[in-house]
Design a binder for this molecule. Sequence first.
Ligand code: CA
Ligand code: CA
Length: 145
Amino acid sequence: MSLLEDFLSADEESQVIEAIRHAENRTSGEIRVHLEKTWDGDVYEHALEIFYALKMDNTKQQNGVLIYVAVEKRQFVILGDKGINDLVDDDFWNSTRDHIVEHFKMGAYAKGLIQGIKEAGEALSNFFPWEHGDTDELDNSISRG
Ligand code: CA
Ligand code: CA
């Protein structure tokens, strides 16, 4: 079994994608999860690079949210685009991060990701409710680097 499969089984991956789909049913915002085996440098800087590489800055309302995970060290970053970051409280992402950490510490990675997706989705739906004609601007599948 590869490291990434060990982190998230195929079944759990489906659950995570389903959580994204569910969250995006209530908001125009877009949520993505990106997994990478490992990263040695600054994980926040790297998550930003991934954010741009996935063109997550290209949403109409600047309301994309990325959960980036460097799997080997169980490090992760949750990043919102400008549109959403300007509207949530300063400590919003910190508290979401803490909730994910609680699950990660117990080895419940899928649960942690789903919790993060849920909280990001709630914040997004408060500020960017789903509108008729909304498009899926960013694929819901989990990308890997
Ligand atoms: Ca959308
Ligand atoms: Ca999407």
